[in-house]
Design a protein around this ligand. Sequence first.
Ligand code: ADP
Ligand code: MG
Length: 296
Amino acid sequence: MKLKIENITHQYKDFYALKNVNCELSPGIYGLLGPNGAGKSTLMRILVDVIAPTKGRVVYNNHEISTLGSRYRDLLGYLPQNFVGYRHFTAEEFLNYVANLKGLDKQSAQIQVKQLLELVGLADVKRKKLRGFSGGMTRRVGIAQALLNDPDILILDEPTAGLDPSERIRLRGILSKLAKNKIIILSTHIVSDIEYVADEVLLLKDGEFIEKAPPNQLLDQLNNQVWQVQIADNQLAMFSAKYAISNVHQQGANIEIRLISQEKPSPSAINVEPRMEDLYVSYFGTQENSASFHNV
Ligand code: ADP
Ligand code: MG
């Protein structure tokens, strides 16, 4: 099974949300990582054939997806970023409804809905209406509906949005158990979501892929470039201006910071092992300061 993204460009009026993106995906878990506005949702909507790209094409096993129609859609599970479901349905009714849309017969629908409700931890509230659900519960309904009918291609747009830490861990467990013969793509701007679960990380920045590699390989790029430094309060501004800072930790009168630098930033700096957060800030900067420090 192969899914190819070929020279995809997508414009919203004169704004380029995707710029000539190329990628070949085979079964595995892909983490699509990039800040808000990078183009993740646009790419996913193109991959599930909800919108057509301005230029380029998506090819599934040598067939352009737009020519496959329902034969392609039957292979898909999709969680949109803004999933809400139908608020007046119960969780169970909603999943049965989607199962019906996906063409499952009544008996397999019943079996799968039951299993999925348990998998995402909603069995207890299956008779409650979605309108009373919290953000995290709604998200889990969204994940369950995407998994109905065991799709070969699973596209999850920010599946962890609104999930609490234990729900995030549960999702990682679900995903790593699924995998094997599926293409799974999940988007996020949170590195810990994909650090352990993704076989490959796709870094998307301003509508372009800037990296595609296994997490370990990406982290190796930062070997000997991540430092822990103790500084005084009044030095923080200076360090922030000069380096990409991946963590700040107040320790009494001092501050311990993590930063990315090719050279040792100060005599007392200690070299530490790179983490995904370091990688993220090296490419995207911190949230307050979204400038890239890569190659600085
Ligand atoms: P991400 O999911 O990474 O946050 P999106 O794909 O949602 O990124 O958006 C990429 C860029 O395209 C953003 O700058 C966004 O404002 C813009 N954009 C997204 N959807 C539309 C739309 N329907 N009309 C105009 N601009 C859009
Ligand atoms: Mg998005």
